[in-house]
Design a protein around this ligand. Structure first.
Ligand SMILES: Nc1ncnc2c1ncn2[C@@H]1O[C@H](COP(=O)(O)OP(=O)(O)OP(=O)(O)O)[C@@H](O)[C@H]1O
Length: 351
């Protein structure tokens, strides 16, 4: 079976979970040809007849961590929709694991924006994770019911335990999800997105509403997982700082245009001023955090977006729209060096 066949086989979703438990191939190449996890060439997106962004070039390889940045309403979640195949690209080419978007099935783990659980919800964290494995087939588990029989059930149980351990949620996975803190819920939801061993993890603002220590520890967790599990991560973020040490590249969306490349290429005074067609200054604080001064309404790179450090500007002026604002090339080939990871892992971060 070729890798492409394997991907297609997993895409027959009714058997996806069972196939993964059988150890189905998850490689990121087709035969001898490497296949990028995500490939965008001159892609653009329109919603309700309005072009949100255009000219996006991006290649995401196996195990890479990529952030999607930009002001509110610029189309970051829309990019996620394009990758998931929910919304077709208006122009250009988009491939996910070598196929058109929407056909990669269980090879993609997805964590939508702003999911939280009511405090009174009694479903255990472990059951929420389990839903990622077979919830599309069977719905919410009833007490005492089994979805798989015999060996398959034991393998499913083992995978759920394994992924809960991976995200460091073993201590509270048997508690009701509604009783877990925001950070704990987020770890369990990341485990749910990972339980089918995806090749691509798409996360829409997973750090939103977390306090700074939890942002740091969840960011470090995602950075570690992208490496240890060799899963590519595409993550929408408002503040790049918590994830900056782990990133391979960023896509910065502006009104109409986009810049993509390594953080060092894109998050600069020159690149952002060009992208937003207005003076923007990128400052690096002594602790390495990035602060943007001037320019558009873009809380993206503030050390703490809640602190309101950004000064002035409106990046959403329709006059500034252009399709030629792609100012860097997303094909930058450098990979994240091991020394860009902080010493240790997320265990080093405040929790
Ligand atoms: N179905 C729709 N019909 C009309 N407009 C839409 C639709 N979906 C999204 N939009 C608009 O498209 C724009 C981009 O939305 P999107 O959610 O992608 O932005 P975003 O960058 O993720 O924003 P935020 O940072 O606030 O989450 C917004 O102006 C939004 O109102």
């Amino acid at each position: 079976m070729t890798a492409v066949d394997a991907v297609d086989a997993v895409n027959t979703d009714s058997e996806a979970a069972a196939a993964l438990l059988d150890g189905e191939s998850r490689v990121c190449n087709a035969g001898n040809e490497p296949v990028a996890v995500v490939e965008l060439r001159g892609a653009s997106a329109s919603v309700a007849g309005r072009t949100l962004w255009g000219g996006v070039d991006l290649t995401v390889e196996c195990g890479e961590f990529v952030a999607v940045l930009g002001p509110n309403g610029v189309g970051k979640s829309t990019l996620v929709k394009v990758l998931l195949g929910v919304l077709p690209a208006a122009a250009g080419e988009v491939r996910v694991l070598g196929h058109r978007p929407g056909t990669a099935g269980a090879q993609i783990g997805y964590l939508p924006q702003r999911r939280s659980f009511d405090a009174s919800l009694r479903i255990r964290g472990i059951d929420v994770v389990r839903l990622g494995l077979d919830g599309d087939r069977w719905g919410i588990p009833l007490p005492g019911t089994r979805r798989f029989g015999g060996t398959k059930r034991r393998e499913a149980d083992a995978r759920v335990r394994e992924v809960i351990e991976l995200v460091g949620a073993s201590a509270y996975a048997h508690r009701a999800i509604g009783e877990c803190s925001g950070g704990e819920q987020q770890r369990l939801l990341i485990a749910q997105a990972l339980v089918r061993k995806p090749r691509l993890l798409v996360l829409d603002e997973p750090l939103d509403s977390l306090d700074l220590p939890n942002q740091a520890s969840v960011a470090a967790l995602i950075g570690r997982i992208s490496r240890s599990e060799d899963v590519a991560v595409v993550m929408v973020a408002h503040d790049v700082n918590p994830i900056l040490p782990y990133l391979d590249r960023v896509v910065y969306l502006a009104d109409g245009g986009a810049a993509s490349g390594t953080p060092e290429e894109v998050i600069t005074t020159e690149t952002l001023s060009k992208l937003f067609r207005t003076p923007v200054e990128v400052l690096r604080a002594s602790d390495g955090r990035l602060v943007v001064v001037g320019g558009p309404e873009a809380p993206v790179m503030h050390s703490d977006r809640h602190a309101g450090a950004l000064v002035g500007g409106d990046g959403r002026d329709a006059d500034r729209r252009a399709t030629d604002r792609r100012v860097t090339d997303g094909r930058a080939s450098d990979r994240r060096a091991a020394d860009r990871r902080p010493a240790g892992s997320e265990a080093d971060d405040a929790r």
